[in-house]
Design a protein around this ligand. Structure first.
Ligand code: HEM
Ligand code: FES
Length: 780
């Protein structure tokens, strides 16, 4: 028996609170009262599946549901572990009817010759990957880019039709029809009977993931049977054409070339399943996103003012209120999951909506935060070798909808309404989203150019670097000679997010480039304060700050981010700052003082007049402070300070590179991990194609092999192959793009990993590090 992340003793039953009825799971384990009561077709789950499973996330993350006959899993790590291992957890039941069909319904389906079988999403290995690899070409960034003008045109036509009206149900007007038309275009399927197709797909959803009553079962089976027949007819028509364009034609062609890989039954089953997979998911996701954003007018206003955030906002909506909320797997052998034994053939419902609200992975998970930088880790698209192939098309559609609406109807409001949902376990989105606006206030009435002034976004996961916040300067005054202190606030007067010592902001310059500046506190004030040294020999960022930043202006920043986190568990601390490196160190000193921890602060600089914060430091940290102004001939004696290694002491340092290098050299006899330094630049991360060699990466979770040419970083190559790896600095400084390495020699180029971590050869920073040899095997 193998086990995946567990929360109780493996093998045994972790939950002994037998319910009054004495219900037991198939393994004999007593089922708790909450598990007995769980019913995904009841309102709590239908209205908000993540909330309905809060009790499970907190108390019983894997439980048997007698009503469903499934093992329900609710935590992020457990669900990701299931997605990772598609041999132990087979996807074969992904499209099985969750409610066993009645005899009458079966008879109806038989009458239509219904034979839905294996597609991609419910196919086991090795057949699945052989097929998926054959069909990937339509999803490269370039191939998808070519669909953007069509999506734009469709959204614009629909918006033109309502823009002067003042009221609309966006689902009825466009959220269904546009994704359906896009899906048909993408597949190459003729756009006929759109309304009929919509009814068919509702029947398919109810048939597969719903609990239709005995009467409804027959009606639903009629719809599904006709959908099956219709798909067959369309397929035949397409098979007769030789010149068609679209993903379905790619499949037809592969079926001719490799009938054992892309089989006949696959073609017919896929024809039906894909119309739903490609359009209903996206339609519901868009409806969820508009509902969530518009029900928070301040967030909607922020998005209208700062449209760069649209990709991040769409991703956050997919996390917070995804359109696929649960997915299924079957245990192919006995296995322990979260400490709970699951028998062979046990059916598993992974509630991905619950995973997306797991506080162990997402901070303040119930908040819709369009600045969240790890939203892309959500499981709404699944994960691993079956991860949604169409995710980047879905993302593109959501972004274009949001971009058109925030630009043309920023004054859009949600009407008072009760939202309703089609009752089923897996697909979720409101059946209507009714909105209103005052057409007299439409910006395009004053400026017709607004109608077409579009903004495009690159295909793929949003990059953390696009998450930019507008802030207002409330103070800009000299802090010392050549050092400008700047205090920032939210332009709308809201609280800015809290930060911790060691955090920095990326200040975005008018050129689009960014510079990192540490927040210098005090932390308790909640203020964002930075201090910027005017560096004559610098790259121009600090000069711009000194020349242009004044009280009252708006600036654009990313963060706060913390790559220099203070470990608060040590007994003692040595803080060392050189020049403007005092900025993160002073915030750490404040924190250590408030924690009552012993610390020394050594601060070196040119002269007292050029050293920032001296007054504040003398006032707040007088006893711990040692100042070394060079012009007073006080020199920091590093060799003396570091001579005796101290087991109970951590060192934190920031300053010029030569100070950091000297510290690294001077602490080699200290316990490993004692020294923590903050780097602001990293030369190692610059790619020089003339000095690089190509290599190959094998991805174990996705079962793909990706080529990394000399002129691409590993991160870029992974993204081109459709693998979402979060990134931020892309210079080897932050650790965001870390991936686990299973095998192969690593050429480390980052400034994040410690020497011990490097020796472990089990992880790398994909934005800069490469393979030493010809191949690397990654757990991705
Ligand atoms: C698979 C969600 C849009 C095509 C999946 C899976 C989910 C999903 C949860 C199963 C993943 C797994 O088992 O790991 C979504 C959502 C979408 C969306 C939330 C929109 C917001 C699309 C679009 C297309 C598409 C637009 C087609 C153009 C597929 C295909 C698979 C799939 C072909 C099967 C992949 C495989 O098993 O190898 N999707 N999907 N999806 N999706 Fe999507
Ligand atoms: Fe920051 Fe790679 S993205 S280390």
């Amino acid at each position: 028996m193998t086990s995946v992340p567990h929360h109780a003793e493996a093998g045994g039953c972790p939950f002994h609170q037998a319910n009054r009825e004495g219900v037991a799971s198939p393994t004999g384990c007593p089922v708790s009262a909450a598990a007995v009561a769980f019913d995904p077709f009841e309102p709590p789950y239908q209205l908000d599946p993540a909330e309905a499973l809060r009790w499970s996330r907190e108390q019983e993350p894997v439980f048997y549901s007698p009503k469903l006959g499934y093992w329900v899993v609710s935590r992020y790590d457990d669900i990701k572990a299931i997605f990772r291992d598609n041999l132990t957890f087979s996807p074969s039941i992904a499209l099985e009817k969750i409610t066993p069909p009645s005899d009458e319904a079966l008879a109806v389906l038989e009458r239509y010759g219904y034979g839905m079988n294996r597609t991609l999403v419910n196919e086991d290995e090795p057949a699945h990957m052989a097929r998926r690899r054959e069909l990937l070409d339509a999803f490269t960034p370039e191939a998808l880019e070519a669909h953007a003008p069509m999506v734009r045109r469709l959204v614009r036509e629909k918006l033109d039709a309502i823009v002067d009206r003042g009221r609309a149900d966006l689902v009825a007007e466009m959220f269904w029809e546009v994704p359906l038309t896009v899906a048909l275009h993408f597949l190459g399927v003729p756009e006929e009977d759109m309304e009929q197709l919509r009814r068919f797909s509702v029947a398919h959803t109810l048939n597969t993931w719903g609990r239709p009553s005995p009467d409804q079962q027959v009606e639903v089976a009629e719809g599904v049977g006709r959908f099956w027949q219709y798909s067959g007819q369309v397929l035949e028509k397409m098979q007769r054409q030789t010149q068609g364009k679209g993903w379905m034609y790619d499949m037809i062609e592969k079926n001719r070339q490799k009938p054992d890989v892309v089989t006949d039954n696959y073609l017919h089953s896929m024809m039906m399943a894909i119309i739903v997979a490609a359009h209903e998911t996206t339609a519901l996701a868009t409806a969820n996103a508009f509902r969530q954003l518009l029900s928070r007018p301040a967030v909607w206003a922020e998005l209208c003012a700062n449209p760069e955030l649209i990709p991040a906002a769409a991703e956050e909506c997919l996390r917070h209120s995804g359109s696929v909320v649960a997915w299924r797997r079957r245990a192919t052998r006995e296995v322990t999951l979260g400490g709970v034994p699951i028998p062979e053939d046990g059916k598993i419902l992974m509630v991905t909506a619950s995973a997306n609200h797991d506080p162990s992975h997402f901070e303040n998970p119930d908040e819709l935060d369009i600045y969240r930088d790890n939203a892309v880790d959500h499981l709404t698209f699944g994960y691993g070798s079956h991860q949604c192939m169409g995710k980047n098309l879905g993302r593109m559609e959501m972004r274009i909808f949001l971009e058109e609406f925030t630009r043309r109807l920023p004054h859009l409001e949600l009407e008072e309404q009760a939202f309703t949902f089609l009752p089923n376990t897996s697909f979720r989105g409101p059946e209507a989203v009714r909105v209103r606006w005052d057409p007299a206030r439409n910006p395009e009435r004053r400026n017709p150019a607004v109608r077409t002034a579009q903004r495009d976004f690159p295909v793929g996961a949003p990059e953390a670097r696009t998450i930019v916040r507008r802030v207002r300067v409330t103070r800009a005054e000299p802090e010392a000679e050549g050092v400008l202190g700047v205090t920032l606030a939210d332009p709308a007067g809201r609280d800015l997010p809290a930060w911790s010592p060691g955090s920095h902001l990326d200040v975005v310059l008018p050129s689009g480039e960014a510079r990192k500046y540490s927040l210098c506190g005090p932390v308790e004030s909640g203020d964002w304060c930075i201090a910027v040294l005017n560096e004559e020999a610098g790259r121009g960022g600090s000069r711009w700050v000194h020349e242009s930043v004044r009280e009252g202006i708006e600036m654009r920043v990313r963060g706060p981010k913390n790559h220099f986190r203070l470990d608060e568990t040590a007994r003692r601390y040595l803080l060392i700052a050189g020049g403007i490196g005092i900025t993160p160190i002073i915030a750490m000193a404040d924190r250590l003082k408030s924690l009552g921890k012993p610390y020394e602060l050594h601060y070196a600089g040119r002269s007292r007049t050029s050293m920032a914060f001296i007054e504040r430091l003398e006032r707040d940290h007088g006893e711990a402070l040692r100042l070394y102004p060079k012009d007073e001939r006080h020199r920091l004696d590093l060799a003396g300070l570091l001579a005796e290694p101290m087991n109970d002491t951590l060192l934190y340092a920031c300053g010029p590179e030569r100070l950091l290098t000297a510290l690294e050299a001077g602490t080699t006899h200290w316990p490993e991990g004692s020294l923590h330094v903050e780097h602001f630049t990293s030369e190692g991360a610059l790619l020089d194609p003339t000095k690089e060699h190509a290599f190959e990466v094998e991805l174990t979770d996705s079962e793909l092999t990706v080529e990394v040419p000399p002129d691409q970083t590993l991160l870029q190559a992974l993204r081109t192959a459709g693998i979402d790896v979060p990134s931020d600095c892309e210079e080897g400084l932050c650790g965001t793009c870390e991936v686990s390495v299973v095998e192969g020699g690593i050429d480390h180029r980052d400034k994040v990993l410690t020497p011990a971590e490097r020796r472990g050869q089990d992880r790398l920073m994909s934005c800069c590090s490469r393979a030493k040899g010809k191949t690397l095997v990654l757990a991705l």
